[in-house]
Design a protein around this ligand. Structure first.
Ligand code: MD6
Ligand code: FE
Length: 222
């Protein structure tokens, strides 16, 4: 009886929500893998520590970042780009763990993008007070591949806009285990994350961790 109730809640927790043409929210899709994902984040951060990067305008981002995979997203006075090396250590980024890759592939396929093979995973760490301003993801040469975004830890309000910065945004609460996939016509939509509120989520040390999986290498190459 109780088991029935929980399996029903589990399946309800896995509902899919279409956000726009090409964008889908898979509620709870990463819930079962969350402990393994968080353990892997700790290992990655031991080799490539979280750091608050500088923007081209010389401001410091409030979100702390690291990467894993063949390419990592970096920001500095020279602009935004992908690099095979961590500029802080001069070494390659840690390899992408199998549990990351498998989840990203599964989520992309569930959202209608089969065959997604990410070569980059940007790891964002938000502490209460951190936010990410409205932006487009356009540093990847192959805009045909989707982005898979996994939310862990404290909930955050995600702002989902249009193709022009001035278009209105919708607010979306992203909870622990939620996965957003977007590609196709949604790939260049503006989006951001509102200032993270205080909360209790001991598994992540009271912060929010976001994994965004991308294909950042040249088009066609897998
Ligand atoms: C975040 N996410 O959720 C930041 N970008 O912390 C992103 O900037 C993002 O979630 C592209 C696609 C999905 C995303
Ligand atoms: Fe983004």
């Amino acid at each position: 009886m109780i088991d029935d109730l929980f399996s029903r809640l589990d399946s309800e927790d896995q509902r899919r929500e279409i956000l726009a043409d090409g964008a889908m929210l898979l509620h709870g899709c990463a819930h079962a893998q969350a402990p393994a994902l968080l353990a892997a984040v700790d290992e990655i951060a031991a080799a490539a520590p979280f750091r608050r990067m500088q923007t081209p305008g010389a401001l410091r981002m409030s979100v702390a970042m690291s990467n894993c995979g063949a390419l990592g997203w970096i920001s500095g006075r020279q602009g935004y780009r992908y690099s095979p090396l961590d500029p802080d250590s001069g070494r390659q980024w840690p390899a992408m763990p199998a549990v990351f890759c498998e989840l990203a592939q599964k989520a992309a396929a569930a959202a209608g993008f089969p065959g997604f093979t990410p070569d980059a995973c940007l790891i964002n760490r938000y502490e209460p007070g951190s936010k990410l301003s409205l932006h487009q993801d356009k540093d990847e040469p192959d805009l045909g591949a989707p982005i898979v975004s996994v939310s862990l830890g404290l909930p955050a309000v995600f702002l989902f806009g249009g193709l022009q910065r001035k278009e209105p945004t919708t607010r979306l609460l992203l909870a622990h285990g939620d996965v957003v996939v977007w590609g196709g016509p949604a790939r260049r939509r503006y989006h951001g994350v509102q200032t993270l509120k205080q909360g209790l989520f001991p598994e992540t040390g009271n912060c929010r961790i976001n994994l965004t999986f991308r294909k950042a290498g040249p088009p066609g190459r897998q």
